[in-house]
Design a protein around this ligand. Sequence first.
Ligand code: ZN
Length: 221
Amino acid sequence: MQELILRMRGSHIRGLIILYLLVTSCSARVSIPTVSDDPVELLVRREAAQIVAVSEDKERFSDYQIFLSDFPRKDILGMSIGNRRIYISHELAKLASRRASHLWLLRQTLAHEIAHETAGHALQNGSTVFNRGAFGGGITSFDVGLPWNVRFRNYSTDKELEADLRGLGYWEKLGWDCRIWVRILQNFENQNYAGDVFHPTDQRLQQAQRACLAGEKERVI
Ligand SMILES: [Zn+2]
């Protein structure tokens, strides 16, 4: 496996940060800024299609809207906001078109985001505590290129871990090696990237290791 030290514009890509967009302003609808990059969009859509094809949404890929975004905060790799709308870091997607290590990170990100959608997490998120300002907490609107009058609710840690597990399930159906998924998280840990309160790297890594090991045992048996 190639090194997975991921650098973007001098910053490490450090994790999957997925959140639920909550617009509390009474102003007109706002949207996360997107960028257009046809070749890269094609790659992302092709990769997403493979994953959706083995998911509960296999008949509904045409409903998926997948956008590229230059998130101001560079450790945001992807976001799902419900109704099968997913935002992917443009930088990650560009790198994925050139390097295998980043392609796998993109595949992990997409599987995780698609899992949020198939699990309906955005629809269940109404009671999640708003987290702005908490230590190690969630993301501000500014982090994703939105005005300050837009607020976010993060998915709970339980939902984040569930999305990882479901995503790993899609990888398995595709015959993609779960050890690559584990290594990505190990690399986060090696970079001392602990994640945030909703994306604790240690818990994500432990869960992935357990799931991967269990899968290997089943295959041997
Ligand atoms: Zn997530």
